[in-house]
Design a protein around this ligand. Sequence first.
Ligand SMILES: *Cc1c(COP(=O)(O)O)cnc(C)c1O
Ligand SMILES: [Zn+2]
Length: 559
Amino acid sequence: MDALFDIRQHVELECINCHTRVPLNRQVAGCPKCGENILEARYDLNKIDVPRWMEVLRRRREGLWRYREVLPIQDSRNIVSLGEGGTPLIKSHALAASLGLKHLYIKDERQGPTGSFKDRQATVAISALKEMGVNEVVVASTGNVAIAYAAYAARAGIKVWAFFPSLTPGDKMREAALYGAEVIKVTGTYDETKEIAAKFAKHKGIFLDRGIKSVAAIEAMKTMSYEMAEQLGDDLADGERWIAPDWFLQGVSGGMGPIGVAKGFQELYGFGLVDKLPALGMIQSAGCAPMVEAYQRGQRIATPIDHPQTIIATLATGNPGRAYELLYDYVHHYGGHFTTATDDEAFTATLVLARMDGISVEPATAVTFAGLIKMVQDSVIKPDDVVVVNCSGHTIAVEKNILGDHWEETVELQEQHKVQTLPQEGLLSALEQVESQVRRIVIIEDNFDAARLIKRILQARGSYDIHIANDGRQGIEMIREVRPDMVVTDLMMPDVDGFKVIETMKADKAMASIPIVVVTAKELTAKERARLSGQIDSLLQKGSFIDEEFIESLVSKLR
Ligand SMILES: *Cc1c(COP(=O)(O)O)cnc(C)c1O
Ligand SMILES: [Zn+2]
């Protein structure tokens, strides 16, 4: 037998609204009693012999289907797989250090077959459709769901009709078309696109997958929890036990990711495999943040946003429906936080992450990292917390010349339905800031890591010509030679220390006017403060230079 347990005996679907239970069959799309979209799979988890299961897991290879006993597919021959799941949990060094975090982990979902965590959803959903004998499906998507569905459906021989709001980047629609999906671009919002897709499905009698609001999405996303708990256990406890993080962070649109992750940890807690549930950090794009706005008003029901003002299509769900209530209740019971990031903050975070940790992400993911920075600055996240960030999507561009001209159809909505055109300034101005003139900076710092960190923080923001000296003597020579626009110096260094450097500079006409920023880990005495007073432009406490503030103060000195 290829699965350890006979799943058929203990999985049922439960309506989150009226709690009606139905057996797992082709009614998977909605509650038969009240019509609610969100159903949750319920397993008789008591029937699972946990120690024996752990034994089996140790021998199984990585990947999402490794947890097949808690997934809603009855016959494993129906599984449609491209090797999804089992993504690495990468420990951040530079970004973590600049934020003062000891345990920052990046769950690298970019490494899925189509470059986002929607691959998890697609493998479960398409396998379920195959099991139900469905061979044509309609899906509305802001991009990643349709791309992943299209790829998996291609393998399963299932036809996909993919409806996209016009905000979706052309590259993403093209990629879905490449996998053979029928692409329909709707000149409206995502919520309007969902309506059009539903009408089309009904009219044509084609199965409508309610996109993220399906049992497959939640069950798929929960496998991230199983993986994170195993991987954190490996990293923090030598594989002795499974560990839940203190925080799980994600950029949120429909909310299925965090709902699935919450369910996963609840199951693990029920098994006795973890001893707590993580707080959920949910970050929305500032121009489309119905959940954050409701949360800040203390409301359990979100007011839909009719016209999202963000160019980040992936996060443009204006009406989160009941997903928000589930998340609100979770945060209420187990902790968490909702916050926003602007498009500009997201684009800055993209650069910071790429240049500090070598990770290139799509804007929806950058929103999460921008939110992380805020939550650390606001002390919502503490230095010792174990934090996992869902690095949910890559920046992939598809070859433009394969498909020819007619790979999409456009549905023009009537004038009053149209979204207002969105300003493109966000991205451009973010890029322009980076492109600012090259400026020369000398960093004098005897600690190699600290010097490299300062350099990386600066480089993440612009193209500066940076020179590093490892002691005061070398620093003074370097300043004479390269004539920098600014000097960043440590104070405590052997031999010629930072105080000496400053005194030497001030005594030399050629160097006296160069701005000086002191970065120090030392608590200064009154006497030392007096010595620096009037001599320097800025004093920054090492460790506390969380990058935005730090960069702002440095960059403003350069202008
Ligand atoms: C779908 C998606 C999100 C939002 O996911 P939800 O959990 O449904 O809100 C975030 N990032 C990326 C890359 C996505 O594809
Ligand atoms: Zn119901």
